[in-house]
Design a protein around this ligand. Structure first.
Ligand SMILES: *Cc1c(COP(=O)(O)O)cnc(C)c1O
Length: 374
C-alpha cells in the first residue's frame, strides 16, 4: 500500500485540455473564462445571488468584510477553531477577530459564548461551515438580527453541500467559497463571494482589480481600461482565465466528487460504529459534501495514534489548532471546548480519489492500535 493521502487535488484530462486551450488563445489573465465560470457557478447554485470570483478564499473573506464596512476599531466574532485564513482575513481589514468557543459535537460557533463576547464595537459574525456543516446557520442569522450584526459565512469547506434541501450559497446574505487545491472543487487556488447585495457586488468587482472602476466589465469584453478613475483602496485579487478554466472543468465533476465524498463518509461511519473510543461529530452527512472527516479520539493518546497511523503510511491531521494558541491571536480568556477538542480531534483521509480498500486499511490500522492501547 502506498501512502494514503489526507487530501489531494483530483484533476484529469479535462482540466489539462481546458488549460491548454486558454494558453493557446493567449489571454491568461482575467477575461471571458472568469465570466463564464461565474455564470456557471450562479447557474449551478440556482440563485439570483451573484458570484464574484477572486484568487483565494482568504481574499474573498477579506473583500467581503471590507465591503460591509469592517475596519479598524471593529470587532468580528469568529470561531476559535478554524483555519488561520479566517483570522487573517479579519485582521487584513484592520479589525480585531474576537475568538469564540465552539460546540463540542459539531465544532460550530457557540452562540452562547458569542453573546458573552459582544461589545459596542462588535459589527459582524463570521461562522465557519466546519467540515462542510452549516445546519445551524438559521440560529446565527437570528442571533445577528438580534444584535444588529452582519453575517459573512466562511463556506470554504462546503461547496456543493445542502442545508434544509437548498444548496449552500443559494439563499445567503454574504458567503465565501474557497477553490484551493484540496477543497471540494479547485481552480488551482481561487475563491468566490456570493451575495445579492448590490453595494457589495459593485464594491468587490472593482476592489479585486486594484479599485479600477468598471474594469471588470472591460476585461470581460477583452478590453483594457486606459481612462479610468480610482476612489478606493483596491487589491490585486482577481481570478485568472487559467484558474477559471480549471474551475469550469471541476464544476462539471461536482456531482461525482460530492457523491464519492458522501459515500466515503458513510463508510467511515460504518467502520467506526464498532469502536467505542472513536466518535464521529454530530454532522449532517446526508446533506454535506464533506471536505474533511474529523473524528474525536476519546482517550489521552491521540498523538500516539497519529504517529502510529503515519508509520502505517496513513496521513492524518488535526483541524485546527485553536486561534487562542497562536502567537498573533493569543488570548487571556478560556476556551474549554476548543481546548478539549484540540486534544481529541483527528482528521482521517478524505478526497475524491479515496478507495474503499484504503478506508478499510485505515480502520484495520486503528483497530490494531486500539487493542490494549486506546
Ligand atoms: C481553505 C480555507 C479558507 C481560505 O481559503 P484559501 O482559498 O485557501 O485562501 C478559509 N477558511 C477555511 C475554514 C478554510 O478551510
Amino acid at each position: 500500500m502506498t501512502n494514503i493521502r489526507l487530501s489531494k487535488s483530483v484533476v484529469g484530462i479535462e482540466e489539462k485540455n481546458a488549460v491548454m486551450q486558454v494558453l493557446d488563445e493567449g489571454f491568461l489573465g482575467m477575461g471571458r473564462e472568469v465570466q463564464l465560470f461565474e455564470n456557471e457557478l450562479q447557474a449551478f447554485l440556482k440563485t439570483r445571488n451573484e458570484v464574484i470570483c477572486v484568487n483565494t478564499g482568504t481574499s474573498a473573506l477579506h473583500l467581503a468584510l471590507q465591503a460591509i464596512g469592517i475596519g479598524a476599531g471593529d470587532e468580528v466574532l469568529v470561531p476559535n477553531i478554524t483555519y488561520v485564513a479566517s483570522f487573517q482575513a479579519i485582521t487584513a481589514t484592520g479589525a480585531t477577530p474576537v475568538l469564540v468557543d465552539v460546540n463540542l459535537d459539531t465544532v460550530f460557533i457557540d452562540l452562547e459564548d458569542a453573546e458573552s463576547r459582544i461589545t459596542k464595537n462588535t459589527k459582524a459574525i463570521m461562522p465557519v461551515h466546519y467540515a462542510s456543516d452549516s445546519q445551524k446557520m438559521d440560529d446565527v442569522h437570528a442571533f445577528a438580527k438580534l444584535h444588529n450584526l452582519r453575517v459573512v459565512e466562511d463556506a470554504a469547506h462546503s461547496f456543493g453541500s445542502y442545508r434544509s434541501g437548498s444548496l449552500v450559497g443559494s439563499e445567503c446574505d454574504v458567503l465565501c467559497f474557497s477553490f484551493d487545491g484540496i477543497k471540494n472543487i479547485t481552480a488551482g487556488e481561487g475563491g468566490a463571494i456570493v451575495t445579492g447585495d448590490r453595494k457589495i457586488i459593485e464594491y468587490v468587482r472593482d476592489a479585486r482589480l486594484l479599485g479600477v472602476e468598471k474594469d471588470t466589465e472591460a476585461r470581460y469584453q477583452g478590453i483594457r481600461s486606459w481612462d479610468f478613475d480610482v476612489k478606493e483602496q483596491g487589491w490585486r485579487y482577481h481570478m485568472s482565465n487559467v484558474m477559471a478554466a480549471i474551475g469550469r472543468a471541476q464544476l462539471k465533476k461536482i456531482e461525482a466528487f460530492g457523491s464519492h465524498r458522501k459515500q466515503c463518509a458513510e463508510h467511515y461511519l460504518e467502520l467506526m460504529s464498532g469502536i467505542s473510543n472513536i466518535e464521529p461529530l454530530n454532522l449532517s452527512y446526508k446533506e454535506n459534501v464533506p471536505h474533511i472527516f474529523p473524528v474525536k479520539v476519546l482517550s489521552n493518546n491521540r498523538d500516539e495514534l497519529i504517529s502510529y497511523l503515519r508509520e502505517q503510511k496513513i496521513e492524518c491531521g488535526v483541524h485546527y489548532k485553536p486561534g487562542s494558541q497562536l502567537e498573533r491571536y493569543k488570548s487571556e480568556s478560556h476556551y474549554p471546548n476548543s481546548e478539549l477538542l484540540y486534544k481529541q480531534l483527528l482528521t482521517l483521509p478524505l478526497h475524491a480519489d479515496l478507495s474503499r480498500k484504503e478506508q478499510d486499511y485505515v480502520f484495520a490500522a486503528i483497530k490494531k492500535f486500539n487493542i490494549g492501547k486506546l
